[in-house]
Design a protein around this ligand. Structure first.
Ligand SMILES: Cc1ncc(COP(=O)(O)O)c(C=O)c1O
Length: 348
C-alpha cells in the first residue's frame, strides 16, 4: 500500500550526503570540547543566528530545558503561550527539574502581544513567584505552524527587557518562519536572549538541536546538559549531518510550504472540513473535522486504512505536516483519500 506520512517533519530521513559525511567526520571527545565536527556545528549555528555561542543537544526538548534552567531560579515564574510546545508536550520538564511555575497566556494564533504579557505581570510581592522569563514559539506548532514577524518579536523583547525579564524562543522550526517571510533568520533571533532550533525536523538530520545565545548563557547550558546526561562524546558522527542540514537544507523548506498550501486548499474544498486558510503559513496544516460528525482519532484511523498518516490533536482537530519526501503527487493522493473518506462519512 502507498504510504504518505504526514504526521510530522520529524519522520524525515537523513539525505545521502548526510549519510556519506557521517562516517568521515573528524571526531574527538566532545565533553573535552575536542570533537572538531561538533565544534564546527556549534560555531556555524551561532554565526547563522547572529549570537556568540551554541550548544549541540540531543533534542529540542533538551535544548529548551537547558535554556530555561540557565536563565531562571527555582520558585520563579515563566510566561508561555497557553498552547506552547514547552508546556504541552515536554512532560512538564521545566517544572519537574527547574521548580518553575508556568504562567500561561492565551495568544492569537500562537502570537503574544506586549499587552498580553503586561496584563499577566504582577508587582513584586512576597506572595507572588517572581517572573523571570518569557518563552515564545516560532513557528508555533499547535497553532498550525504560524509565524511571528520581527516586529511582533521585538515588541515582546522590548517589553520584557523593560521589566527585567529575559526572552527565550523555541525556534524548533525557526527556518520555516524565516523562509515563509523571505527574511534572514537573524531578523528574528536578534530579539531574543536565547533560542533553540532543531536540525532533526524539516532540515532532515537524524538527531539533534542547538541552544544558542551569549557565551555565558551557553557555558551555563553546557553544565545543565551535563547534569541531564547529555554529554555525547564522539557526537561528531551526528553533528556532521547537522552541518549539512544548516548549509544545504534551508531553502528547500519552500517546497514544503508550497505543498502545505496545495494540501490546505484541497482539504478546504471538502464539505465538512473547516480550515483557516490565511493561517496556513508554513508546513503545518491544522483543520477541523467536526462537520463530518467524527473526531480526530477516528478520522486519522480512517485515513490510515488508505496509507495516509496524520496526527489527531484534541477533539476534532487534525494535523498534517509536509516535509522532504512528500511530493506533489503524495499531496494529491492524500487529498483524494480525504475526499473519499469524507464522502463515506457524509453518507452515514
Ligand atoms: C515547537 C517545538 N518545540 C520543541 C520540540 C521538541 O523537539 P524534540 O522532539 O527534538 O525534543 C518540538 C518537536 O516536535 C516542537 O515542535
Amino acid at each position: 500500500m502507498r504510504v504518505v506520512d504526514l504526521r510530522s517533519d520529524t519522520v524525515t530521513l537523513p539525505t545521502d550526503e548526510m549519510l556519506e559525511a557521517m562516517p568521515r567526520a573528524p571526531l574527538g571527545d566532545d565533553v573535552y570540547r575536542e570533537d572538531p565536527t561538533v565544534n564546527r556545528l556549534e560555531e556555524l549555528a551561532a554565526k547563522k543566528m547572529g549570537k556568540e555561542a551554541a550548544l549541540f543537544t540531543t533534542s529540542g526538548t533538551q535544548a529548551n530545558l537547558v535554556s530555561v534552567l540557565s536563565q531562571t531560579r527555582r520558585g520563579e515564574e515563566v510566561i508561555l503561550e497557553a498552547d506552547a510546545h514547552m508546556y504541552y508536550y515536554e512532560a512538564g520538564a521545566f517544572s519537574a527539574f527547574g521548580g518553575l511555575i508556568p504562567r500561561l497566556v492565551k495568544g492569537q494564533f500562537g502570537v503574544l502581544t506586549p499587552q498580553d504579557i503586561e496584563r499577566n505581570l504582577r508587582p513584586p510581592n512576597i506572595h507572588f513567584p517572581p517572573t523571570s522569563l518569557v518563552c515564545i514559539e516560532n513557528t508555533h506548532n499547535r497553532a498550525g505552524g504560524t509565524v511571528w514577524t520581527p516586529t511582533q518579536t521585538r515588541a515582546i523583547f522590548d517589553l520584557a527587557h523593560g521589566r527585567g525579564l529575559k526572552v527565550h524562543m523555541d525556534g524548533a522550526r525557526i527556518f520555516n518562519a524565516a523562509v515563509a517571510q523571505n527574511i534572514d533568520v537573524r531578523e528574528l533571533t536578534q530579539y531574543v536572549d536565547s533560542m533553540m532550533f532543531c536540525v532533526s525536523k524539516g532540515l532532515s538530520a537524524p538527531v539533534g538541536s542547538l541552544a544558542v545565545g551569549r557565551q555565558e548563557f551557553i557555558d551555563n547550558a553546557r553544565r545543565y546538559r551535563s547534569m541531564l546526561g547529555g554529554g555525547m562524546r564522539q557526537a561528531g558522527v551526528i553533528a556532521a549531518a547537522g552541518i549539512i542540514a544548516i548549509e544545504k537544507m534551508i531553502d528547500r523548506l519552500r517546497d514544503d510550504h508550497s505543498n502545505a498550501q496545495t494540501l490546505a486548499k484541497g482539504l478546504a474544498s471538502i464539505e465538512g472540513i473547516t480550515i483557516d486558510l490565511p493561517h496556513i503559513q508554513t508546513n503545518i496544516v491544522v483543520y477541523d473535522v467536526a462537520g463530518l460528525g467524527t473526531d480526530g482519532e477516528r478520522w486519522v484511523a480512517k485515513l490510515g486504512e488508505s496509507g495516509v498518516k496524520a496526527g489527531a490533536l484534541e477533539g476534532s482537530r487534525v494535523r498534517m505536516v509536509t516535509h522532504r519526501g512528500i511530493e506533489k503527487e503524495d499531496i494529491e493522493y492524500a487529498v483524494n483519500v480525504a475526499e473519499k473518506t469524507a464522502a463515506q462519512l457524509r453518507k452515514r
